[in-house]
Design a protein around this ligand. Structure first.
Ligand SMILES: NC(=O)c1ccc[n+]([C@@H]2O[C@H](COP(=O)([O-])OP(=O)(O)OC[C@H]3O[C@@H](n4cnc5c(N)ncnc54)[C@H](OP(=O)(O)O)[C@@H]3O)[C@@H](O)[C@H]2O)c1
Length: 307
């Protein structure tokens, strides 16, 4: 009998790119990009899942252009809102659990307490509304699932704040950075590790308890907050990046960073001011401790910087 693969969607994205080699240690992985499967095409989702018959589906693909989503909500809802439900329905048919990602942007951003999984959702922008719709569609699909809400992703590839700030700091004399949004920058690799560890754990439990992975997921399925430990602002994160870059290359002049309020940096999509996520459920239930944002940043930077 041929082994059923793990199907990874969004294999060229930040999280997908980190998850791909890690999942390889757990068996055959089929990593698909947008060119292989367009999540806006419901029929293609169904036919791909039926053809590949995966034992797990990891959906790291999403419409992540937060500002563009404001004027392109149809596409954003199709990819972020509808596709997870269709994936879930197909996964349910074949008994494959689904791992999916969501965002702190499902919350209003009010207050300063870290959000828990049971807090009231109230997205302030279209992207957040599409991601919330996706959570609900997956939950309603009947598939066993884990949804990891994360925040402020960065990595060595793709479009992210770390790469943007390093570029601007090298090119400009002065860079203004928002200092009133609070959250935790999270390394895409941490999420790749989380996904691989969860699959390994569920499959091991399933073997030990003579269950299917779907049955072994019964007690742990649902939503989890999964971001780095600690908190900062975008200005705090940028300051740390520039500090590390300056230590690595003392001879290179870097821009002066200037803290500004969100009101000084208007964007098409409003951003929540409080993006803090309480990740206690993740460590308590799944036994996974997310590293601090400072450690993750230092490690990611050490891969990016020479020496
Ligand atoms: N980035 C963040 O700060 C952040 C924060 C919180 C939560 N999240 C969530 O975390 C997850 C991973 O985010 P990420 O930063 O790794 O995303 P990413 O780097 O933007 O990667 C997303 C991938 O999805 C693909 N994609 C977009 N539209 C698609 C479509 N119609 N069909 C198939 N693939 C499509 C993209 O392909 P193209 O490159 O060809 O468009 C890209 O490779 C997502 O669910 C995201 O919503 C992200």
């Amino acid at each position: 009998m041929t082994e059923r693969p793990i199907l990874l969607l969004g294999a060229a994205g930040q999280v997908g790119g980190e998850a791909l080699p890690l999942l390889g240690g757990l068996g055959t992985v089929v990593g698909l990009t947008r060119a292989d499967l367009d999540l806006a095409d419901a029929a293609s989702i169904r036919s791909s899942v039926r053809r590949l018959n995966p034992r797990w589906i990891v959906n790291a693909a999403a419409y992540t252009a937060v500002d563009k989503a404001e004027s392109d909500s149809r596409a954003a809802f199709a990819i972020n809102g509808d596709a997870p439900g269709i994936l879930g329905e197909e996964a349910h048919r074949i008994g494959a659990p689904v791992i999916h990602f969501s965002t702190d942007y499902v919350f209003s951003g009010d207050g300063n307490r870290p959000w828990t999984e049971s807090d009231q959702t109230a997205p302030v922008n279209v992207y957040g509304a599409t991601k919330l719709a996706g959570e609900q569609a997956l939950a309603a699909s009947g598939a066993a699932h884990l949804i990891f809400r994360t925040s402020w992703l960065f990595g060595a590839h793709g479009k992210n704040f770390l790469l943007t700030i390093l570029k601007l700091a090298r090119e400009r004399e002065e860079v203004k950075i928002v200092d009133d949004q609070h959250g935790a920058p999270t390394w895409a690799r941490s999420l790749g590790q989380l996904v691989a560890q969860c699959i390994a754990r569920v499959e091991k439990d399933a073997i030990l308890m003579r269950l299917t992975p779907t049955e072994a997921m019964k007690t742990i399925g649902g939503i989890y907050h999964a971001c780095s430990a600690g908190e900062t602002t975008w200005f705090g994160f940028a300051s740390e990046l520039v500090r590390i870059e300056q230590l690595a290359r003392p001879e290179r002049p870097l821009a002066r960073l200037i803290p500004v309020p969100s009101t000084a940096y208007p964007t098409a999509a409003p951003r929540p001011l409080n993006s803090r996520l309480n990740c206690k459920k993740l460590s308590r239930t799944l036994g996974f401790e997310m590293p601090s944002w400072q450690n993750s940043t230092a490690q990611a930077m050490s891969e990016l910087l020479p020496g």
